[in-house]
Design a protein around this ligand. Sequence first.
Ligand code: PMP
Length: 304
Amino acid sequence: MTLPEFAYFNGKIVPWNDTKVHVFSPVAKYGIGIFEGIRGYWNPAEEQIYLFRLRDHLERYAFSQKAMRFDAGPSDGELTQALIDLCRANQFRTTVHIRMMAFIDEMGEMGATGPVGTAITALPRATTKQVSAGASAQISSWMRMPDNVMPARIKCNANYHNSRLAVMQAQRDGYDVALLLNSRGKLSEAPAMCVFMVRHGQLITPGATSDILESITRQTVMEIAEEYLGLKTVERDVDRTELILAEEVFYCGTGAEITPVTSVDRIAVGSGEPGGITRRLQHLYLDLVTGDSKDHPEWRTAIY
Ligand code: PMP
């Protein structure tokens, strides 16, 4: 991977290799950090990078810190300026994935609430090949951890241990992605993605109390499905066998965008090809994030 020249670290744009924490800091010892993954979409015609739904990411970033009882960090204005400065310093002219992280630095106890460090990286990130070809999914034997164990709603570094176990199992078993069930045996989410299905023409996704991260892409899919396709999403429990009955299944997230799932446990979803509603949602989504569509300007923050 080609690394960028600069990163943001505790108030300054610094050379990439200057973003260091101590190996015995709480963030390294216990994963005591929270983060956001944000995409900046390059629009070649306008020579512009648009950050997608930055306000919503900042809101979730603030919630994660509040739930973790972190001391106050930089303001939303300072963070927005940092993102802009970082993309400009690296002179990006491509689609990027930004990771913005607040973490407990220095030597500290498990219950330390500060000092809070801030680090931001931006790396070029293209769309995966699964977005067009579709992905094979495995129902993981790992369970999504419940809210009163490790809340998935908080975007905390340590939560990704659960996701990683499922990723490793799926990869070693020859699948593209894992789907996790929750402690009630109902569909929860995928590692870094939320899941939708189309059944009887209806768009359905596990509800917000299914041990999911309240995904911004999930919210966007629900909004654009209603606005442009007249489809109102039903949020309800989803059984694993419904994924076999479904006409279409897809997962979504900032990194994954909207990716069709073409098989679950090697059983074809629908015809085994990406579905029509999934394809329409993909096109609507990509037009909005890149600014090719001028609708919803409130969702795009320009870098240049
Ligand atoms: N679930 C988890 C666990 C995630 O890490 C992510 C990625 N942020 C998502 C879902 C998708 O969320 P979003 O659409 O906000 O990127």
